[in-house]
Design a protein around this ligand. Structure first.
Ligand SMILES: C[S@@+](CC[C@H](N)C(=O)[O-])C[C@H]1O[C@@H](n2cnc3c(N)ncnc32)[C@H](O)[C@@H]1O
Length: 262
């Protein structure tokens, strides 16, 4: 059954299946004018994801409901492999509000892309070429600050990535829980990373490390990418969820550098 059939014959059924999922993280447009009732991404246009991913094989790390997996396919990706270990409960979700791949599979079927979209429950640390093959592009959105070993994870991604990596993360430029909150971060290109042994960042005990944009850019650069660019997702964020940065890096130059604000 393709997306159109689902619109013609199964719209009510699809809406009921969407409503039966207890928590949606992503807002995903499905056939029949149905949109999943999540809240993320807040501003997808601010991500520097290329409009054209034609023919590329994409790894989507920490995919949750799959917004960015399906977006990659919409933009022409040949194949997407999504991974997640379902470890993030946002500091507030109940155990039954994370139901594995249920929400992802629902969207994948409704969009009719199952033949181009695999998914696997696994940790970032287990990404290897032997297990997963090679990728043209890696997406790592909203994941890095959840990791106890962020550089190890970036090394794993770099080892399977032939063209470009895109990383979105919480950043410290405009917010630090240790320095007094919003407007009390580390601006102007400072190289800093804070560690949260408990739930100091966002009341979520799976948040461990948050870097400045400068730090994030150089972390990605240190894994072997050449041209590394970065930008804040919002210029003057007024609340912690908006204090985010985006880094995109490629292997296209002999010159290793990080450029902020682009
Ligand atoms: C904040 S969500 C981001 C979802 C999506 N990538 C986005 O940006 O909209 C982080 C996701 O990463 C997953 N995650 C966290 N640590 C992980 C790990 N070590 N291995 C695989 N997935 C992980 C979480 O379960 C969660 O689904």
């Amino acid at each position: 059954m393709g997306p159109q059939d689902s619109q013609d014959t199964g719209g009510a059924d699809l809406a009921a299946r969407v409503a039966a999922i207890s928590y949606w993280y992503h807002k995903i447009e499905l056939p029949g004018g149905i949109t999943t009732p999540g809240w993320a991404p807040i501003n997808p246009a601010a991500y520097r994801v290329p409009e054209d991913l034609s023919g590329l094989r994409v790894l989507d790390v920490g995919a949750w409901d799959g917004y960015w997996s399906f977006e990659a396919l919409k933009r022409g990706a040949r194949e997407v492999v999504a991974i997640d270990d379902f470890s993030d409960f946002l500091g507030s979700l109940e155990a039954d509000q994370r139901t594995g791949w249920d929400s992802f599979d629902l969207c994948r079927d409704a969009l009719g892309v199952a033949d181009r979209c695999a998914r696997e429950e696994m940790s970032v640390y287990d990404v290897t070429e032997d297990r997963m093959g090679r990728f043209d592009v890696v997406f790592c959105f909203g994941v890095l600050y959840h990791l106890r070993h962020p550089l190890l994870a970036l090394d794993r991604f770099a080892a399977v990535c032939d063209q470009a990596i895109f990383v979105e993360s919480a950043i410290l430029d405009d917010y630090s829980p240790y320095r007094g909150g919003i407007g009390q971060g580390y601006p102007d290109g400072q190289m800093v990373m804070e560690f949260y042994p408990d739930a100091q960042y966002g009341n979520n005990d799976t948040n461990y490390w948050v870097p400045t944009l400068q730090g994030l850019g150089h972390m990605v650069r240190s894994t072997g990418f050449d041209t590394v660019n970065g930008a804040k997702l919002m210029d003057k964020p007024e609340a912690p969820p908006y204090c985010r940065g985006f880094v995109y890096a490629s292997r296209d130059s002999a010159d290793s550098r990080f450029k902020e604000g682009s």
